[in-house]
Write a protein that binds this ligand. Structure first.
Ligand SMILES: [Zn+2]
Length: 80
């Protein structure tokens, strides 16, 4: 696979691209993206998003595009 990522920022390991789920919160709402091309360190698992991928995600959310689907997420309040 072509190496498009620099070595891991944390451990210097090799970073491979994989399609992974990515979640982020925006204005208090949780958004989930599937099949996001992300760099993942083969040593420590640290993930890296390319700037153009991060920009596409921002654009999709800010333009309020229709999602592929909407899922329900169980929420628990942890009691000590
Ligand atoms: Zn690493």
């Amino acid at each position: 696979m072509a190496k498009n990522y620099s070595d891991c920022f944390y451990c210097g390991g090799i970073v491979d691209e994989r399609l992974m789920p990515y979640e982020l919160r925006w204005q208090g709402q949780l958004f989930l993206f599937e099949n996001v091309p992300m760099g993942a360190c083969t040593q420590c698992g640290e993930k890296a998003l390319k700037p153009h991928v991060a920009k596409s995600i921002d654009r999709i959310i800010s333009q309020h595009r229709k999602p592929t689907k909407t899922i329900q997420v169980p929420v628990y309040t942890f009691k000590r």
